[in-house]
Design a binder for this molecule. Structure first.
Ligand code: ATP
Length: 611
């Protein structure tokens, strides 16, 4: 009953959270922060990042109705206590990012109802037990970044979605049943076999080579060296006979090498030559009458610069995207612009000009305005305002060591609103107008963190993109060709963007994501298990009085990422809902010490598609 639940919780507080768990012991445990009850029993205990430290007491076994235990991101140490094995109702056990050590306790394998088990980033040692196979309902097993050794047993989980054992001390072959998992699930071990390198005769679990193999390699090296030497002698002789005959050819070759070198430097993003050479090509073309003489400006943009100025500008590569490389060019007058050098433009000049002219006419405070463009046979340049704060992607996933600003709820919801307004404005231009490439690197920020959507109108200038690229994590399931975009596909991508803002995780295929998470699927599966608060970015959990707003935005994101386009809201509806949400957001800067707890039981529709 609740009295025995109370005893367990008080013992836990005494052992690991005396200072950090500010529970009012004279009230019912169901009113305590992180404790969730149903029918007067504790069913959830969620204390992530609460500064808990020390060893878990033998007491939690009292919580016989507990379904979710989340103690992630704390400083808990020692073994997992044996009585956890008596939590017969437990479905979700989330202990990652602590200092737990010792072998993974055999008591865990009694937990027949366990669906998610995350023990990653601890100090667990010993072998992975084949008894994991007792956990037949398991869908998530995360064991990465521990000290586990030995080989991986033949694990057979019928419904496993997520699995990771990377960065342990595992050896031997990946069992066949797990060979379809991504290589990242196994890296950082001495493992072989699909999806890693094949296990051949020379590698039997450890990396030592046999004597025969070493001798073979040595002989191969000597033969290779002799061959190269002979080729070099032959080439030198030939060169001498040709000397003096082809001086002009040599000069030409030299200049080709220069150009090649220049391109390499530009590609590496270390110098301004890329944009300079683009502008130079453009300039020489226009001199020959092969295109427009100069940049074409839009609206009231004052023509403070021309191609010559771009040529002289100091420039740096900002990044390479789907449609080309983007440079920051600082003009001599001190103004910075972003110049996108388009590649693979497949439309005719007339179509290009028509499409870009209509992009240039679109004007809204939440869109990055296209200032000007340049078109000729060899070069197509787009000039935008330069946004000094960079992109949402860099801000969310950038290196925290480099001084990343943590984004609070107010800023995140403001960014969501700004982006929604920008995209809604685009959609209001006509039912066939859509963005086609909504993702966090295309949400740029002003100095005051206002969102401006960039890169609109480019999707149907380029050819099909058969290989997965960075948009793929955002792409709606019905979009098979990047050019066949729609407003409802934009809504899906925007939903993924909202999930990214809420969870702090980048979607699959993002170059910054190493977890391989399919964000909508992951969020839906967690929410279905009534585990909603686990999806939120830890930085957001500091602001407890906004959890209800976060849950509402999460529901909206889930609606946006519905599998069938007709089940998704329109962008206008999305904008209106975020506007409402932001308008009643009062004091959102409550501190972590704020004891006001949010004890609502949130109900989320997991957005399951119709049959
Ligand atoms: N106007 C701008 N001001 C500041 N940074 C920009 C601007 N435009 C683009 N960037 C940044 O330059 C980098 C490269 O942008 P680019 O648009 O070429 O590629 P992408 O956004 O990564 O992918 P895609 O081409 O698919 O949109 C990105 O990090 C982007 O955030």
């Amino acid at each position: 009953d609740l009295a025995s639940d109370r005893i367990a919780l008080e013992a836990l507080r005494k052992a690991v959270g005396g200072r950090s768990l500010l529970w009012n012991l004279s009230n019912s445990p169901c009113s305590w922060v992180g404790v969730f009850c149903e029918r007067d029993r504790v069913v959830g205990l969620r204390l992530p990042a609460m500064g808990l430290s020390g060893q878990l007491p033998i007491a939690l076994g009292n919580l016989t109705q507990l379904q979710t235990l989340s103690l992630r991101f704390n400083a808990l140490s020692g073994p997992i206590p044996a009585d956890i094995g008596s939590l017969a109702s437990l479905r979700n056990l989330y202990l990652q990012e602590n200092f737990f050590s010792g072998e993974i306790s055999g008591f865990l394998f009694n937990l027949q109802n366990l669906v998610r088990l995350d023990l990653a980033h601890n100090n667990f040692s010993g072998e992975i037990s084949p008894s994991f196979n007792n956990l037949t309902r398991l869908r998530t097993l995360y064991l990465e970044e521990n000290q586990l050794n030995g080989s991986i047993p033949d694990l057979n989980f019928p419904s496993l979605d997520q699995f990771n054992v990377s960065y342990n001390k595992l050896i031997g072959a990946v069992p066949q049943r797990l060979s379809g998992r991504p290589a990242t699930a196994f890296e950082g071990n001495s493992l072989c076999g699909k999806p890693l390198i094949p296990c051949n005769g020379t590698s039997n679990g450890n990396d030592k080579l046999s004597g025969g193999a070493i001798a073979g390699i040595a002989i191969g090296c000597v033969i290779g060296f002799l061959l190269i030497l002979m080729i070099l002698i032959f080439l030198c002789k030939r060169k001498r006979t040709k000397q003096g005959v082809a001086k002009d050819t040599q000069e030409r070759k030299q200049s080709e090498t220069e150009i090649a070198r220049e391109n390499v430097v530009a590609d590496r993003g270390t110098a301004s030559t890329g944009i300079a050479s683009a502008a130079a090509v453009a300039k020489s073309e226009s001199k020959r009458g092969g295109g427009t003489k100069n940049l074409v400006f839009f609206g009231n943009t004052s023509r403070v610069f021309d191609l010559e100025d771009l040529l002289r500008a100091s420039a740096e590569v900002l990044g390479k995207g789907t449609f080309g490389t983007t440079y920051k060019a600082t003009l001599e007058v001190g103004v910075a612009v972003a110049v996108k050098r388009l590649k693979d433009v497949t439309v005719t000049e007339k179509e290009f000009r028509g499409k870009i002219e209509s992009v240039g006419k679109i004007n809204h405070e939440n869109l990055v305005p296209l200032k000007a463009y340049y078109y000729n046979k060899d070069e197509k340049l787009l000039v935008y305002d330069y946004m000094p704060m960079g992109s949402l992607s860099a801000l969310l996933h950038g290196n925290s060591a480099a001084g990343r600003t943590p984004l609070n709820w107010e800023t995140r919801s403001g960014i969501a609103l700004g982006a929604a307004r920008g995209i809604t404005h685009l959609h209001s231009q006509g039912p066939t107008i859509s963005h086609g490439n909504i993702k966090s690197s295309n949400i740029l920020l002003t100095n005051s963190f206002e969102a401006r959507v960039s890169d609109f109108g480019l999707a149907n200038l380029a050819g099909p993109t058969p290989t997965p690229n960075r948009i793929d994590g955002y792409r709606a399931p019905e979009v098979t060709d990047a050019r066949k975009i729609s407003q409802k596909a934009d809504v899906y991508s925007f939903g993924v963007l909202l999930l990214e803002l809420l969870t702090g995780r980048a979607p699959t295929h993002s170059h910054l994501n190493d977890e391989g998470v399919d964000l909508p699927r992951w969020v839906q599966s967690v929410v279905k298990d009534e585990w909603t608060s686990e999806v939120f970015d830890l930085e957001l959990l500091r602001y407890q009085n906004v959890e209800e707003d976060m849950v509402q935005l999460l529901q909206l994101a889930i609606n946006c990422t519905a599998q069938y386009p007709d089940n998704r809201p329109s962008m206008e509806e999305v904008r209106n809902q975020i506007e409402q949400l932001c308008s009643h957001g009062g004091d959102t800067h409550q501190d972590i010490e704020d004891e006001k707890s949010s004890q609502q039981t949130y109900s989320i529709d997991s957005g399951a598609p119709p049959p």
